[in-house]
Write a protein that binds this ligand. Structure first.
Ligand code: TYD
Ligand code: MG
Length: 457
């Protein structure tokens, strides 16, 4: 006999409470509690293979007894996605892909599903009709005998199909459209999202089938409903980009099976997403004459070296407090670099507005771009342009000293590969390698002022 129970969930963070609360004790948001009815049914009928698993005898195991699954990753054929996931799809993993509407989440998963010709893929869509998906697949120009489409939102029906089809990979588009008959609240509510994800997780872990969940994000950029979801899944991917630009970036904010530093770059074309395997080409603008305020930094995104163009605009502040506006870079770090320029190098930054922009909408946290940022700022302030054959890779310390950066050789060889003639690095980096093996001129310096001296005279 079904027993109805009502609980209150914070719609922002998923905190559960037996009574209504004005302020959420977990995330401190006001007025976010909503009542949801949970029906405690006889779960054996509705939940994924509940009855079978209940009878299984469970035993604890030693590490030795557990089979390693490291080498069994499934390669999706999409090199960007594979790298971001940490060299392929892990069997039994639950992956959440978030992103703004229209960014290309459905396109990406459809494309990946159609490329996986060896695996049986089930694409569950609660958002689009079969015809719409077919039209999209035709647009991408891919087809696969092993790709199955199901337009259904009830998890009970979905699991029935899954049981008879036995897919190797399941894609759910989107988790917010699913509903589980175990809960009475509407699809998309925190309780439902959590319940459906839990059922899918159980399925993924028990059958060792990877499951991809597409999730909507709220206007604050969080995956809708659920911080809870992020805790549950193995990997959280964010698909980002500017609606008006063609480039899309896939990044991980959580990954149980790999590094979260890797990014994948795509270009949205008329016929689907193209992998961008050499991102430095798009991050450095082609221009006829050199502009002031532009410097190129050799950074690393995950394991991949990347040369990125940094633009700075420095202009006298007309009113009171000068503005410091970085895009794609930490504001506090920018303030720190400006203080170093003022105190250690004698530039009067206090009366200047400073705007900073990373090309391609990237967010950079690598401290090795400090030097390039300082150079771009001074180049703009002094109206002196820097040759586009020069790049920079060094961290700037509080004393105005240049500090060593990690994997400097990799940065230098990438710069050389892209045709740069000179790279400025910290002198403390030179001990680790032999610079004579490079064709590019490696210029080691100990202090920021000395670099200015060398560049601007
Ligand atoms: P979509 O995958 O539907 O986004 P999401 O699932 O994240 O909401 O992407 C839709 C956008 O991509 C839409 O604006 C049209 C564009 N698009 C292309 O430019 N080329 C293509 O080949 C496809 C399929 C879509
Ligand atoms: Mg979609």
């Amino acid at each position: 006999m079904a027993k109805a129970k009502s609980v209150f969930f914070c719609q922002q963070c998923g905190y559960e409470s037996a009574k209504w609360l004005g302020k959420c004790p977990s995330c401190s948001a006001w007025n976010t509690f909503a009542e949801e009815i949970v029906t405690k049914e006889d779960t054996s009928k509705s939940e994924w293979r509940q009855s079978a698993s209940r009878q299984k005898i469970v035993e604890a195991k030693t590490l030795k007894e557990i089979e390693s699954s490291a080498e069994k990753r499934i390669l999706s054929g999409d090199q960007e996605l594979d790298r971001v996931l940490g060299s392929g799809i892990v069997p039994g993993s639950l992956v959440l892909i978030g992103g703004e509407p229209g960014i290309g989440k459905s396109t990406l998963m459809l494309q990946v599903g159609l490329m996986l010709k060896k695996q049986k893929v089930l694409y569950v869509s609660g958002e689009e009709s079969e015809q719409q998906i077919k039209m999209r697949a035709e647009r991408i120009g891919l087809d696969s005998e092993q790709f199955f489409i199901l337009t259904e939102t009830n998890t009970k029906s979905i699991f029935l199909v899954i049981e008879s089809l036995a897919p190797d990979i399941v894609v759910v588009d989107s988790i917010q459209t699913l509903f589980s008959p175990l809960m009475e609240s509407a699809a998309g509510s925190v309780g439902q999202v959590r319940q459906c994800a839990a059922e899918l997780m159980k399925f993924a872990k028990e059958t060792n089938t990877p499951v991809f969940l597409i999730g909507h994000i709220t206007k604050d950029g969080l995956i809708a409903g659920p911080k809870v979801l992020e805790h549950m899944v193995d990997t959280v991917l964010q698909f980002e980009g500017d609606q008006h630009l063609a480039y899309r970036i896939l990044r991980t904010t959580k990954n149980r099976f790999g590094s979260t530093a890797e990014i994948g770059i795509y270009e949205m074309l008329g016929n689907g997403l193209r992998e961008v395997s050499n991102p430095s080409e798009i991050l450095i603008t082609q221009k006829d004459s050199s502009l002031s305020g532009v410097a190129i930094g050799a950074t690393l995104e995950g394991n991949r070296p990347l040369l990125i163009e940094i633009q700075a605009l420095v202009s006298p502040a007309s009113y009171g407090t000068p503005q410091r506006t970085p895009t794609g870079f930490d504001q506090k770090r920018l303030n720190m670099l400006l203080a170093v320029l003022e105190k250690r190098c004698g530039f009067r930054m206090g009366t200047q507005d400073v705007f900073l922009n990373m090309a391609g909408g990237l967010k950079i946290e690598d401290p090795a771009i400090d030097l390039a940022i300082c150079i771009a700022i001074i180049s703009s302030m002094e109206e002196i342009s820097i040759s586009d054959k020069i790049c920079f890779a060094a961290e700037v310390g509080l004393g105005g000293e240049l500090r060593a950066v990690n994997r400097v050789e990799q940065r230098i060889s990438e710069a050389e590969k892209l045709g740069f003639k000179e790279i400025y690095i910290s002198k403390f980096n030179t001990k680790a390698f032999d610079s004579s093996k490079f064709k590019i001129a490696v210029k080691p310096f100990g202090k920021l002022v000395d670099v200015f001296q060398d560049l601007f005279g």
